[in-house]
Design a binder for this molecule. Structure first.
Ligand SMILES: C[S@@+](CC[C@H](N)C(=O)[O-])C[C@H]1O[C@@H](n2cnc3c(N)ncnc32)[C@H](O)[C@@H]1O
Length: 417
């Protein structure tokens, strides 16, 4: 909510202004109820104070008295507050009250009065999203981002509506908007990654580090619960592969949980480990992993850089649902080859891309890559890995549909190393 400042501070200040300023101080201190009372007194003395009506509206809105707040904003406008602020406040409130048509009219008036108001464009975009007018919503967010290019909320909003537009049959429009988004914000990780996926353009070789960090920091708190709801099975599938290979855990291995997330693999890895290391880009995920008390070492680092810095340090590396954030796999397989000792095992899942797609891998509009089995096998071979198991199975559900993938176990040959 945007407030209005009173600038008169003379000793002979009229009583209405003095009361109004006291009310502003109370509102700023969080006492909306007391502020509202003083605004009423100020306006009883001088009903022409347009800014006071606006600020009264803000206090009433905080108190949940939405109809009265709307009346106060309308009074501010009627009394001549015409630089767009009271219109914006009124429009936001009408959206909150689900009075969509009125909100749209008033947002348009607010933006006509103040076209450089990024918040108003963003909030009008939110209104369009409420109305499932995703193309219009995207235009609102684009305007907001033209004014505030680094505003991550507006980037999130734009990515979300382009996804919805794409999923609901507007692929062409979504792709065109996504191309603009990428062109206008080439350094923004969301625009680069999700923008490329929706535009159908070539994405980075792996999801940008900032994108991964932001996504999982935001997701960390809900991750375990949401993944359980989706019947997430990657850790269980890898546990099965490993116990088939090595039924009696020795407790003697140096084990890496690569992209450990919240540590869902730790329970089955611990019995194999002399030393269990977890690495992940997201501090939020690592905090949860730490709380399990099962890791000897947890590090916030990028996986390929970490592997490259630890030659011949591990006997087993596990990556459950991590390579879906990688497109090309050659670099990570080759870095894993350096980090594992001869005879070491690399165990991982990928989401499967059907060969009919014609590409070795591709990124989908939700931001995860999928790979064909033949590409995974070729990339493993080129990095010197010998796959001994490659099982096709369901990794989880997404929007009610199964997500199929490959659970792979590969060995670092002892010969020639
Ligand atoms: C879907 S979660 C899976 C977490 C865990 N392995 C599990 O099965 O629950 C993917 C994790 O990989 C991490 N990740 C993705 N790309 C990474 C990279 N290049 N370096 C390090 N961590 C990465 C993410 O931060 C995220 O925590």
């Amino acid at each position: 909510m945007a407030g209005s400042r009173l600038s008169l501070r003379s000793r002979g200040e009229p009583p209405a202004l003095r009361l109004s300023r006291q009310a502003d101080a109370l509102a700023a201190a969080g006492d909306a109820a007391a502020a509202a009372g003083l605004y009423v007194r100020a306006l009883a003395i001088d009903p022409t104070l347009a800014g006071t009506h606006n600020n009264h509206g803000n206090a009433l809105r905080v108190l949940g008295r939405l109809d009265e707040a709307a009346a106060a904003y309308r009074a501010a406008i009627a009394r001549g507050l015409d630089e767009g602020m009271a219109h914006y406040n009124l429009a936001s409130l009408l959206r909150q009250a689900e009075r969509h048509g009125e909100a749209d009219d008033i947002f348009r008036q607010a933006l006509a009065l103040r076209p450089c108001h990024a918040e108003a464009w963003n909030n009008w975009g939110n209104l369009m999203r409420d109305l499932e007018r995703y193309g219009d919503a995207a235009m609102g967010y684009r305007h907001a981002l033209a004014l505030r290019p680094d505003w991550s909320d507006a980037h999130d909003n734009l990515g979300a509506v382009l996804y919805l537009l794409h999923e609901q049959g507007g692929e062409k429009e979504a792709a065109a908007l996504a191309r603009w988004w990428r062109r206008d914000h080439p350094m923004n990780p969301l625009a680069r990654h999700i923008g490329a996926a929706i535009a159908g353009e070539a994405a980075d070789a792996r999801a940008p580090d900032d994108y991964v960090r932001q996504t999982f920091d935001l997701f960390a708190e809900e991750f375990d619960r949401k993944l359980a709801d989706l019947d997430y099975r990657a850790p269980a599938l890898l546990a099965g592969l490993l116990s088939d290979e090595s039924p009696v855990p020795s407790g003697t291995l140096d084990v890496l949980d690569a992209g450990c997330g919240t540590g869902l693999c730790a329970a089955f890895l611990r019995p194999y480990a002399r030393h269990l290391t977890g690495v992940d880009l997201s501090e939020g995920m690592l905090e949860r992993a730490d709380a399990r008390g099962l890791y000897d070492d947890l590090q916030a680092v990028e996986l390929v850089a970490f592997l490259a810095s630890r030659p011949k340090s591990f006997d087993l590396a596990v990556a459950a649902d991590v390579f879906c954030y990688f497109g090309a796999l050659e670099d990570v397989f080759s870095a894993a080859g350096e980090a594992l000792r001869p005879g070491g095992l690399l165990v991982f899942t990928v989401e499967e891309l059907e060969p009919e797609d014609g590409r070795p891998y591709r990124v989908a509009t939700h931001g995860r890559y999928a790979h064909t089995e033949s590409y995974v096998r070729a990339a493993l071979a080129s990095a010197g890995w010998a796959p001994t198991r490659c099982d096709r199975d369901r990794l989880r559900f997404e929007s009610g549909a199964p997500v199929n993938g490959l659970a792979v176990l590969a060995e670092r040959p002892t010969r020639g190393v």
